[in-house]
Design a protein around this ligand. Structure first.
Ligand code: ADE
Ligand code: ZN
Length: 324
């Protein structure tokens, strides 16, 4: 496959391999419980809530600016080798704060890691500051305030991840208004494990341009029509959905059904080592499952670029990959 890959949904700490987490734990003298790994060294990951808990525990090993710079550099170097031309990464202010890293030091580290990967490969990236729903509205507001106070050219979006079952989107209106005021583009995780109501409530009250996952919208034809009519982009991560038991196979993902219904769908790998995938594998598995042509895959990649949270100049430059 010779497709220029675009990825709209990947979490920074979710990009850390078990080997990287073990190395960080060793050098930072952090003791991790053995049960976050399986006997063969992969992340233990039974279901959505177990995944979130293993993820938060593994994050405790990532402590320093060097760790974050290495993580970002490693992710983008490897992805670029596999064809990534543009990637967006969710960053959390809460995990660095938990290990005593200031937000500005954290930003410097990820910018440094990305700059090195960009210099070596030309890959472009932007970052989406993300609050964590299950930490509550006040923590979300603090995160949004950081976006206000520490504007950074690489941080172009604000999002919400975490446990979709927690609270109601209305609890987070102030955080999202603050982020919107700061000029950030908005995306919310919804319809990953919860049904169409979760997506609908987010659209109604938080008014994001994109939805993280959103696949469960398929259970409500009126909502699917609304997504298509309003041009809302879904950041679909089929490998993640399979690993977390939402669907059994790529062919069962509603990715194609949503696309056929006129919804703008893009691809992401979410937390690739947790879900035994990467962005190139997501494109390849979708192509294989739905018998898509290279032209179809290029169109999917292009949808991602059109929905990217970056400036028009960068988009125009990257669009040239699709006209060569
Ligand atoms: N944080 C990291 N990965 C996530 C996911 N798939 N859903 C919700 N929160 C997350
Ligand atoms: Zn996600």
């Amino acid at each position: 496959m010779n497709i220029p890959l675009v990825e709209l949904h990947c979490h920074i700490e979710g990009a850390a391999t078990p080997a990287f987490i073990r190395a960080c734990a060793r050098r930072n003298k952090v003791t991790l419980p053995d049960d976050i790994f399986t006997p063969d060294g992969a992340y233990a990951c039974d279901d959505f809530l177990h995944f979130l808990s293993v993820y938060v525990t593994a994050c405790r090993a990532i402590c320093t600016q060097e760790d974050y710079a290495e993580l970002v550099y490693g992710y983008f170097i490897n992805a670029a080798k596999k064809g990534l031309i543009y990637g967006e990464m969710f960053i959390s202010a809460d995990h660095p704060a938990d290990v005593g890293l200031s937000y500005s030091d954290f930003l410097d580290a990820i910018a440094q890691g990305y700059a090195k990967a960009h210099e070596e490969t030309g890959v472009e990236a932007r970052f989406i500051l993300t609050c964590i729903r299950n930490l509550g509205a006040e923590a979300a507001q603090k995160t949004a305030q950081l976006a206000h106070d520490f504007a950074h050219p690489l941080v172009t979006g604000f999002g919400m991840a975490g446990d979709e079952n927690y609270g109601h989107p209305a609890d987070f209106i102030r955080a999202f208004e603050c982020a919107r005021d700061a000029g950030l583009n908005l995306t919310v995780h919804a319809g990953e494990v919860c049904g169409p109501h979760s997506v609908r409530d987010c659209l109604n009250v938080l008014k994001p341009a994109r939805i993280g996952h959103g696949v469960r919208a398929i259970d409500d034809p009126a909502l699917v029509q609304r997504l298509a009519d309003e041009g809302i982009v879904l950041e679909v991560c089929p490998g993640s959905n399979i690993a977390l038991g939402v669907y059994d196979t790529y062919a069962q993902s509603p990715f194609m059904a949503l696309r056929d219904a006129g919804v703008r769908v893009a691809l992401g790998s979410d937390d690739p080592p947790y879900f035994h995938t990467d962005i190139a594998n997501e494109y390849a598995c979708v192509q294989q499952a739905f018998l898509l042509s290279d032209a179809d895959m290029r169109a999917i990649s292009r949808t991602g670029l059109e929905a990217a949270f970056c400036d028009e100049g960068t988009k125009a430059k990257l669009l040239s990959h699709f006209t060569q």
